[in-house]
Write a protein that binds this ligand. Sequence first.
Ligand SMILES: Nc1ncnc2c1ncn2[C@@H]1O[C@H](COP(=O)(O)OP(=O)(O)O)[C@@H](O)[C@H]1O
Ligand SMILES: [Mg+2]
Ligand SMILES: [Zn+2]
Length: 508
Amino acid sequence: MSLATIHSRAQDGVAAPAVTVEVHLSGGLPGTSIVGLPETAVKEARDRVRVAIQNAQFEYPARRVTVNLAPADLPKDGGRFDLPIALGILAAAGHIPRDALDRYEFLGELALSGELRPVTGVLPAALKAALSGRALIVPRANGNEAALVAAADVRSADSLLQVLAFLRGAGELPAGVAATTGAADDATAPPIDYPDLADVRGQAQARRALEIAAAGAHHLLFVGPPGTGKTMLASRLPGILPPLSEEQALESAAVRSVAGQSIDFHKWKMRPFRSPHHTASAVALVGGGSIPRPGEISLAHHGVLFLDELPEFDRHVLEVLREPLESGQIAISRAARQAEFPAAFQLVAAMNPCPCGYAGDVSGRCACTPESIRRYRARVSAPLLDRIDLQVEVPRIALAELGSEAAAGESSAVVRSRVAAARERQMQRASKANARLSHREVQRDCVLAPADRALLERALDKLGLSARAYQRILRVARTIADLAGAARIDTVHLSEAIQYRRLATVRA
Ligand SMILES: Nc1ncnc2c1ncn2[C@@H]1O[C@H](COP(=O)(O)OP(=O)(O)O)[C@@H](O)[C@H]1O
Ligand SMILES: [Mg+2]
Ligand SMILES: [Zn+2]
């Protein structure tokens, strides 16, 4: 046979579309052409594959070798197609039995020695391979990651030679590590270990807001001077959220996979917690690059994005956040195409009340002018603030309280059980967290008594809030009612929800 077809997969956002590698050998001047790859990648793949085949002690065909990667319009970067190209050439030359190939998909970059090097985006490829009913053969270093997909038949190999021996029936390939999906629950595995809320003293109002945020998946802003526990509180949100489902854990691990980050085998089911520094570039935060890579907001998919010192972030970056804050996705465009990445993160932001941090402090040490305070706060635009449902002050607490056992708060486990019960009510009612209710669902599920509607309208008017805020306050009120186990939103629930909007007006 002089024509061979090999199955592989490209990387497009977090998708792994099928690619077939067709290799044809024909008479004519010896030489190799590869079509369907960008030019520089062609040259590199051609050289690596040729040397790797020779180092595997096979003769490179002294014929015209034509390699076609189809479909032509998919992005095909990196060395992931080296292994399928090499196998295609060897199969076309008759070194691999024809019927051996159709049951497998292959990914892997070749070193000149013929060894296999890891590639990015293996997890999404494993999800797709499982659906196609084919087994996936990957470099050893990617084996664990691919094997997180319980439904996938994954094998991993060290070298081209090993893959060849396997396909020729002369050797076995180890399955990707067996039963890895169970590993996180395995008694011998280290437990999923989040910092505990019991460590936080005082700050009852901030703790309450954190619990509401967890229950309804609402975005949250802490405003307060340095050293009052804002960072402590934020980092405790993942530990009071409901555990990730297997499907969600895979979706968020898929983002790490395409970002080329290692996936910790024991911790892959933990909620992501990302806290990029305010000096991070726009690309680092929202994603981008000539080969689009996900940014922090996507690495926080199904988890928490903590933006400390919010006003210090690049204004442009904060504006770009507005869209994913609502849609849970980000589209990144480069010259020729768009890549989509999931970004269903929960935002927790923190900021000082003024440039020095001590405005309103009883010590009176703040000497910031009203104008400098206004400018500082205006760095967080009104439309962004509008999308943050819960805004709370985290004031300085007395030193005595910091040291006192009496001020110790509830543990994460206690809070988590209330959050879980409230979330369960939301799932029963609408199959989603309140923060994600559509306008129509808000109309259906967040009905107010006439007097409460009047109350909300007056409050919006007084606080100068938008129609968007109207919807958002109703969603928060719904969550507060769910925490109370109430079927209908009552005046107390609504009033509390309005409370969390009052900072928006402290804009001087
Ligand atoms: N409410 C609190 N309860 C317990 N410890 C606190 C509290 N607030 C601050 N601390 C202590 O101060 C340190 C700094 O807190 P942090 O959360 O970083 O403050 P912020 O982010 O508000 O500047 C913490 O590591 C902790 O030791
Ligand atoms: Mg801090
Ligand atoms: Zn100040």
